[in-house]
Design a protein around this ligand. Structure first.
Ligand code: NCD
Length: 344
């Protein structure tokens, strides 16, 4: 395993190719552990993982908590509705309260971009050793989702050696509401780092032209891009043009709760132009996998029949891969042992 230098995981823009390789390798090893019988490794025994989710979540939160338990960590979770936030306590004071109880890792989700990074900075300044893991912040970033998508694609292309190299030169089409998607932003950093060529497809209201230059400048807050040579990003407005030659299709949820203007004519019209179905997939010219981070609007981003077809729809596979990816992240941030399997 190569050297890991991150104190926190906030944004995949900060990841080098070696970082992606480290996470994928470790996740693949965790994934191949037996799924029945003694499923726990002692790697995080005595550590406390606290999930601070200020925004709803089905998959991410439970998957982080399960991952922490599989590594024998103690797990504590916080619900905003029943907390002192409702009595006016600030976010940072809430975080400090959990750090005072001994949290080693805070997994933080918030509707505002930058909250996990601001917490990490403030806790670093006061000398705390706690690691912050971004569980999704506003429209900005969702690192663990980007990584589990990467593992899912790498395993599709190279089932026995799912490394970042499996993505090099692949054409990945990302369809839909890119504008409101932190998942798409994390995927853009991850996929281009691995040398994939990304085609973004959607209407101009949900996919502004500026996304073509998304990874061109050094990542925000960094002097240099940690990746020497990235794949490309191209914008195409019609699926009929985007799909021929595609190696995989990633769909995104229409984030209507984040749309403050009238950006869509109707869900039916969206499905007609950008919905993915078996018939649409024939345009790719070969069998390709379809991903979606969930929750899915059935019959909108994906047809019901496609969603129920595990031979090409990898939504459940993504959920499965989320656990070893999150085990890898928690292990890298919080374990004392250099190898998780030595004490197994
Ligand atoms: C995503 C999220 O919350 O960012 N879902 C997830 O974490 N699996 C995507 C979404 O809500 O559309």
């Amino acid at each position: 395993m190569s050297r890991w230098s991150h104190r926190h995981v906030l944004d995949l823009a900060a990841f080098s190719l070696a970082d992606f390789t480290t996470v994928l390798e470790l996740a693949q090893r965790f994934r191949s552990l037996p799924t029945s019988g003694a499923r726990r490794l002692p790697a995080l025994q005595g550590r406390l993982v606290t999930s601070l989710f200020f925004e709803p979540s089905t998959r991410t939160r439970s998957s982080f908590e399960l991952a922490a338990r599989r590594l024998s960590a103690d797990v504590q979770s916080f619900s905003p509705a029943s907390s002192s936030l409702s009595k006016g306590e600030s976010l940072l004071d809430t975080a400090r309260t959990y750090v005072a109880m001994g949290a080693d890792v805070l997994v933080v989700r918030h509707a505002c971009a930058g909250v996990p990074a601001a917490m990490a900075r403030a806790l670093d300044r006061s000398g705390e050793r706690v690691a912050v893991l971004n569980g999704g912040d506003g429209l900005h970033s969702h690192p663990s989702q980007g990584l589990l998508d990467l593992l899912t694609l790498a395993r599709w292309f190279e089932p026995t050696a799912p490394t970042p190299a499996a993505l090099a030169g692949k054409r990945i089409v990302i369809v839909g509401d890119v504008l409101h998607s932190r998942v798409a932003r994390s995927n853009l950093w991850a996929l281009t780092a691995c040398g994939a060529d990304v085609v973004l497809c959607g209407p101009a209201t949900l996919l502004p032209d500026g996304f073509a230059a998304f990874v061109q400048a050094p990542p925000p807050g960094q002097a240099h891009d940690p990746v020497e040579c990235r794949g490309t990003i191209r914008i195409v407005r019609q699926l009929e043009e985007a799909l021929p030659g595609a190696d995989a299709v990633m769909t995104l949820r229409l984030q209507q709760e984040r749309m403050h203007q009238h950006l869509l004519t109707s869900l039916d019209t969206y499905h007609r132009h950008y919905g993915i179905s078996h018939q649409r997939l024939e345009l790719c010219g070969k069998p390709v996998p379809v991903l979606h981070p969930g929750p899915v609007n059935r019959g909108v981003e994906l047809s019901g029949a496609l969603l129920d077809d595990p031979s090409c729809c990898l939504v459940e596979e993504q959920v499965r891969n989320g656990i070893p990816i999150r085990m890898a992240l928690l292990y890298l941030l919080a374990a004392a042992e250099p190898d998780p399997f030595t004490a197994a």
